[in-house]
Design a protein around this ligand. Sequence first.
Ligand SMILES: [Zn+2]
Length: 487
Amino acid sequence: MPAMEREAGTAAVTAFDPGIEAHLGRTAEARQASYLEFLRIPSISALPEHAPDIRRAAQWILDELTRIGFEHAEVGETAGHPVVYADWLHAPGAPTILVYCHYDVQPVDPIGQWETAPFEPFIRDGRVVGRGAADDKGQLHLHLKAAEALLATRGRLPLNLRFLFEGEEEITSASLGPWLAANLARLSADAVIISDTGFFEGNLPALTVALRGNLYTQIDVVGSPVDLHSGGFGGAVENPANALAHIVAGLKDRDGHITIPGFYDDVVEPTAQERFEISCLPFDEAAYRAEIGVRALAPERGWTALECTAVRPTLDVNGLWGGFQGDGQKTIIPAAAHAKVSCRLVPNQDPDTVFERFRDHVQRLAPPGVLVEVTKLGEARPVRTDTAHPVAQAALAVLEAEFGRAPLLIRSGGTIGVASMFVEQLGLPLVMLGFTNPDDNAHAPNEFMLLENYERGLRTVCRLWDDLGAMARDGAAATTAGTAVRG
Ligand SMILES: [Zn+2]
């Protein structure tokens, strides 16, 4: 996750409200109990038997939103798991922020590697341990508690908030796009804040400013209707497994360069300054290699490993199968062979364009005698956010004030499908503000969130809402307040 240091001390931040401080102190125990209660609901989106738990989690959020004073709270039906929506829109003249988090979690396998039961969460040694503690129920919960603190203390929020909480993030957000399209009227906002990201190595405060996109494909190579005897037919027919190996070998050269014509055409190359900043990061390549447990790193020629995980696109075979897989020998020419191939994409690559070039190149590589089909299984566009936007500037300033260190700007190698949906479908500026510690074991056994990150994250959100509200009161419109925020 390459990142850049930003200039410190350039932002004016309002002092933390003593009334909120007192409220947070008074309610700390109840808040943490509520956090654990939320984590106890096993809202695993991938497993059908947990569908009632998903609904229970949605209802739990709905009840909380209603209790703390939000309006239009609704469990919104979709073709899949529901979304939860609510708003508070009584700050005329102040900006409107749409906040996104997700309440579904990953399955718990391998269950044997958990030191404790995944849905019996607890707090120990400053860690909140349990499935969803970090990704993403902890972050959702801190947004609820920040809004509650402001409303309980003052009876109002300093700005307008819309909450949108999804139940299918861990299974590719298939229903969110249609739901957004059907609810555009009530999603108008000055910016979207996605809280589903985290800090840099060493738990350094950070703002994620770019995400790679993704293109997922399958190649099916078919020779004969059934497997053939390799003695009787070997040499006379094309072997689909050999053909697939030939195709895969033709996608990338030994320098790690992707050989699909036009693949790099739309890639925005990082500037010399960006590459310099990445090279300045405290990144230990040998330790990184050792931690992964590989014999050597294999970055694209001309680029460092760190650059390759963030600013360069990739092409990887995710799975490869066909023919005889058992013990011993079976002398056949397989009827078919298959591969899953995916590409991480960087700005400004378009998944559809890349897919067409990929498909055409695979077909060119296909030898006669086999039928080759190329199917697109999924896609997400790469995203880059505008760090000069007033909401991003305000977020950087409060992160620094609350965590005591100028945040890093991270270009994440991963993909958050909803990020590109918000940009494309709502046309809204995006800020990816998340607080999880980088060693949080998200998607893995023993997931945890540092309580300190949760509590400071909560305070960061309170201060951010105050600062964005103050910008409006000071006469700067939400869309033109950049200079005011930068002082
Ligand atoms: Zn997540």
